[in-house]
Design a protein around this ligand. Sequence first.
Ligand SMILES: [Zn+2]
Length: 457
Amino acid sequence: MIGFHTTLTYDLMKSIFGSLRHSPVTAKQLAARQTSRLQCLLRYAYRYSPYYRMLFEQRGLHPSDIRTTADLTRLPILERHVARERMDELISTEVNPRLLLPRTTSGSSGAPFPFPETALELFASNLFWARCYMDCGYQPLSRQVKIVLPSQIRERRRAWERFGLFRRIYLDATLSPDEKIERLRKLEPALLVAWGNILDEIGWRLEDTNSHLDIPGVCSTASALWPDTRRRVEQRMGARVFDLYGAVETGPAAWECGHHEGFHVHSDLVVVEIVDDEGRPARHGRLVCTVLWRRSLPLIRYAIGDTGEWADGSDQGCNLPYPVLRALTGRETESVRLPNGIRVSPFTLRNALYERSPDRPGQLTYKPGIKQFQMVQETPSDFRLRIVPGSEFTPEVERSVLDAFHRQFGGAIRLRVVRVERIASPPGVKFSPMISLEYIERMKARGVETDVFTRAP
Ligand SMILES: [Zn+2]
C-alpha cells in the first residue's frame, strides 16, 4: 500500500495540466490526446485494479492490444449494479483505502451510490467542471449559486474560494420554489447551476406569479432540460441557458457550445460510446462512458444509465472537433404538478426521506434502511412511496417518514408507504425514482406498458 499514490498522482497531474483549456483545435490533435490518455488508463487499470486485471486475462488481452477507442469493444460493458457490487475488486490497489473520500451520487437512479475517490481526483473533477462553466462565459471572480441535495452541501470553503476565486454558494434543493426564488433574489448570482427539474420548478413558479429574476448565466445539469423549461427560464430569468451533461462518476461529459443543437463530448476527458441492446456500436442507444482521468476507481465502458443519439455530422455551425450528441433522452427525472397547480421538484417531495447525519453534523442523510425507493403519483394529491427496505427500516422509521411528509405538506397531499422486494421498470425504460401522472401519460404516448407503475403494490 503506497501512501502517495505515485502513479495515480502522476497520471492525474498530466490530465489536469493538459486540460486547463479546450486546447486541441484539430480533430487530429484531439484524437492523439484521447488515445494516449486511454492507453495510460488501460495500463493503470491492468496493473492496479484486480477486476480489470481479471477481465484482461480472461480474454487473453494486454492493454497494448487496445490501441484506439474503436478497440474498446473488446472489453465488456460495466453495468452500474456490477460497479456497486464489485467495488472492492474495482478499486485500485495502489490507493490507501483510508485516504478515499466517500462521495454519494445524486441518487437519480433511486439508489444512492457511495463513490470513492481521492482528494486529488475531487480537485480534478472540480477543475474540469470549472473549465466547463468558463466555456459558458462564467468568470473566475463571479458569484455562483448551485442548488443541490442537503446531503451534498459542502460547509467548508475550498482554498481558492478564500481568494475569491470560483466562489460558490449552495442552496438546498428541498426548499420550496418560493424560498428558492427569494434566496436567489438576495444572492444575485452571475451563474446558477441546477438540475433541469429544479429549473423547471422555479420557471413555473416565476411564470405563475408573473415575476422575474435577473441571472445572466444558467447551467442545467443532471436531469433533462425540456425545451419548454429552457424558454421559460430564458424569459423569466433573462438568462442564457446552457445544458451540461455529466455525473459524479464521470465529471463533465458533454456541453452545449451555444452555436447549434446538441452536446459536444469532452472527449479528452471521457470517451462516450453509444451501443444498442446487444452492446454493438449504434447511432442511438445506451451511453457507455470511459472516464480517462479517474484512477482510484477506474471506469472503463461504464453504463451510466442514460440514452443518447449521435448527430448526423451535417453543418455544426462551429469548428470544434469534439463529437456531437444530438439528444440525451434518458434523463427523465422531472417536476411534479400538485393539486394547487404549483410545480415542485422530486427533491422537494423526497425531503421526508432525510434525517440529520449522525456522523456529519449539519448534514442530512437518507433515513436508515432505505435501499431503493420510487415515488408514484396516483392521483393529483395521492402519492405511493415504494421502498425496498433493509433491516434498519423499522416501523418507527416508516412513521418518521410519514410524519415528516405530513409536517411539510400539512395534509394537502397524502403519502402512503409500501414495502416491496424490488422495483421494476418497463423494458427499455430508464429507472426513474419519481413517477408523476404526466410521466405516465408521456410513457403511454410512447407506447410503453405503464402497468408496472400503477399496479399495486
Ligand atoms: Zn459547437
